[in-house]
Design a protein around this ligand. Structure first.
Ligand code: NAD
Length: 293
């Protein structure tokens, strides 16, 4: 039986779009899936639709931004499906676009609470369980291409997704060589209901109808790739323990230009402040960034 057949996965945002695509691929591969979502009605509907003879799929209601609710949701998943060994920190929201100075701090905090803080809550809930039980486990954080390439019109979303990439890179360093694999999923445009789901949730935060200006965002996503195809890509990638999971090579020149800019700036340093022992220790593989401090 190919891993992760017979294992249990916890997929946030599993009721829709990318999370649902991942859940379908997992269930087809024989893994049990906890479909975790704020929208429990949709999660239940999809759970009964995608379960197979070999894979149980169980819907769990969780607002991932509620740190105190995570342990209960994890217990529910494990009671229903057995020990979780795959965590997909996938649910996310978009923020309001526009001029950075016009973003309300409540909106900024809300986007970070869902896109960034919740990924940390997932990690702090499941890592101790993975470590205590031992055996193969995997964490996938869904970031975005907006976590590798800055989006001028979406500063909150982009900042929250860069944070997700940063968290994932740190986890990868920490657990390299162990049984705990880490990946970061950075999709390009995928055809999901993200703008509408996020705008509805944003309306609750701002008290205004945020669904009125959705046309542009929905038009972009309508041309996006199929989330079920992405689910298959994600499953293949975690089987190979691939760290970056990428979808559209059209983004390559944009990521390249940022890395070229950083390298070029280093080459152009006029006044180097001298040896940095931390950098040298990390390069020599002698120290982790934390213990060298
Ligand atoms: N669609 C794209 O083009 C695209 C591109 C890059 C990254 N992403 C990322 O992919 C992830 C999934 O988005 P999607 O496109 O599938 O959108 P989607 O709206 O179709 O699905 C997101 C799901 O997350 C759930 N959700 C939202 N907030 C939640 C919360 N606080 N607690 C629990 N569940 C919550 C929603 O109910 C929904 O079922 C997000 O992190 C998003 O930022 C999407």
């Amino acid at each position: 039986m190919d891993w992760p057949s017979g294992r249990t996965a916890f997929v946030t945002g599993g009721a829709s779009g990318i999370g649902l695509g991942i859940a379908k691929a997992l269930a087809r591969a024989g893994a049990n899936v906890a479909l975790v979502d704020r929208d429990i009605g949709k999660a239940r509907e999809e759970a009964s639709r995608i379960a197979t003879d070999a894979a149980k799929v169980f819907a769990i209601e969780l607002d991932i931004s509620d740190d105190e609710a995570w342990a209960g949701a994890a217990d529910q998943a494990e009671e229903a499906l057995g020990p979780v060994s795959l965590l997909f920190n996938n649910a996310g929201v978009g923020g309001s676009d526009g001029h950075p100075a016009d973003i309300a701090p409540t909106v900024w905090r809300w986007v970070f609470s869902v896109n960034t803080h919740a990924q940390f809550y997932g990690v702090r809930t499941f890592l101790p369980r993975f470590e205590k039980r031992g055996g193969k486990a995997h964490i996938v954080n869904t970031a975005s291409m907006a976590g590798l390439v800055p989006m001028a019109e979406s500063p909150i979303y982009s900042a929250s997704k860069f944070a997700s990439v940063g968290l994932s890179l740190s986890l990868r360093e920490k657990f390299q060589g162990s049984d705990i694999g880490v990946s970061v999923l950075c999709p390009g445009t995928i055809n999901t209901s993200l703008p509408r789901t996020a705008a509805k949730a944003l309306s609750l935060v701002t008290g205004k109808d945020e669904t009125l200006s959705l046309e542009d965002a929905e038009a972009w996503l309508a041309h996006g790739a199929n989330p079920d195809d992405l689910g298959i890509i994600v499953l293949d990638a975690i089987r190979r323990r691939q760290f970056f999971i990428l979808t559209h090579s059209d983004w390559a020149p944009l990521t390249q230009s940022i890395h070229d800019e950083i390298s070029g700036t280093f080459r152009g340093i006029e006044k180097d402040l001298g040896p940095d022992l931390l950098a040298r220790a990390i390069i020599a593989g002698k120290e982790s960034a934390v213990s060298a401090r």
